[in-house]
Design a protein around this ligand. Structure first.
Ligand code: ZN
Length: 361
């Protein structure tokens, strides 16, 4: 049986990979003499019975369980393949074609853009901030107004300036209404296991402006698709599911709908929140924590800050020292280790502020 599977794999997946790799070798041969490719290895699992879908990660059991629940495969076996950074084109093509589930997200980023450093994350943060402010993904005031009407409609009266207490009421209500999604099964509500991420389907791209979807496997046999929505209306009124990414964009819309100056705040240690200008001062607001004006909360969690940037529509400011006041020496060391110089940071933030069409940080 094992031999037969290997033979099947040889025809189905090897041929595909071999063609791609041969193509890549030809393409990279010219530049090989002048550039050295830093090798990053990751495991790609392939299954002969599902030749159209690969799995980046080494959890064979999880991959088979997913294939079984979606395709009713019997006795399927998978074969691991080692993928290196020089196969970047193959990896990105598989992703674009929705032919790859990424379980090992860190390995994916290492293969595609050199890995999670403050520098690569800064690019990602600038890109997301620009999407929020430019593509009507974040501040969606019509959707936010519908929400505010449910909680504190009087705030929508023209002469009403929201106070800190008003915002605290909103934050507390928001957290209750929109709890942080921890992966409950959409059918039975049980805890699920993270299978991986896949590129969003075309309909999910349209409805939720989503780039990716998290797949979660449940013992009941159902696979839940957690759509990582960039569309505020979708997160607030359709899926009603999110984490800090979705909820920070939603709450930013709430703030701008209340005619407050607001910023979207990006922390490279994987968290995002908001700020609003109250009485001339930028004040911290975290919709996942129902937290207002507690900037040191993250330091208190034991997080090691490296870079926190607050993005308004046309301004970007390094606010790391405000959120990690006791870590200035360590922040400098961590930035140095990640190759993020003051000059590079200034240049990235200036590029965000002066961005035009085709901005690609
Ligand atoms: Zn279930």
């Amino acid at each position: 049986m094992r031999l037969r599977c290997c033979l099947l794999l040889a025809t189905a997946t090897h041929a595909f990979l071999a063609r791609r790799l041969a193509l890549l070798r030809r393409r990279t041969a010219c530049s090989a003499a002048t550039t050295t490719t830093e090798t990053a290895n990751a495991t790609l699992l392939a299954c002969a019975q599902a030749p159209d879908l690969f799995y980046l990660g080494d959890n064979e059991t999880l991959y088979l369980r997913y294939l079984n629940s979606t395709r009713q495969l019997q006795n399927a076996k998978v074969e691991p393949k080692t993928i290196k950074a020089e196969n970047k084109e193959l990896i990105t093509q598989l992703w674009r074609d929705r032919r790859m589930i990424v379980h090992d997200k860190a390995a994916y980023r290492k293969l595609v853009d050199g890995g999670d450093t403050a520098t690569t994350q800064l690019s990602g943060g600038c890109r997301r901030a620009a999407a929020i402010w430019d593509d009507n993904r974040g501040p969606d005031e019509a959707s936010a107004v519908d929400y505010i009407k449910l909680v504190k409609p009087e705030l929508l009266l023209n002469d009403r300036r929201p106070t800190r207490d008003d915002l605290l009421v909103l934050l507390r209500d928001f957290k209750e209404r929109y709890p942080y999604y921890r992966g409950a099964c959409a059918v039975c509500g049980s805890e699920t296991e993270f299978v991986g991420e896949i590129k969003a389907s075309q309909s999910e791209e349209t409805a939720a402006k989503a780039g990716r979807v998290e797949l979660r496997s449940c013992d009941c046999g159902h696979v839940t698709r957690f759509v990582r929505a960039n569309d505020v209306g979708y997160a607030l009124h359709a899926s009603r599911r999110g984490r800090c990414g979705e909820y920070s964009a939603c709450f930013l819309s709430v703030l701008t709908a209340l005619k407050l100056e607001a910023r979207w705040v990006f922390d490279t240690t994987d968290h995002v929140w908001c700020e609003a200008k109250l009485g001339g001062e930028w004040v911290h607001l975290d919709p996942c924590e129902a937290s207002l004006d507690e900037p040191e909360i993250y330091q208190g969690w034991g997080k090691n800050g490296t870079l926190v940037v607050a993005f308004s529509e046309r301004h970007a400011e390094d606010v790391t020292a405000y959120y990690y006041p006791d870590q200035s020496k360590d922040v400098a060391t961590r930035r140095l280790k990640d190759g993020l110089t003051d000059g590079a940071l200034r240049a990235a933030l200036a590029a965000y502020e002066t961005r035009g069409a085709g901005y690609d940080p």
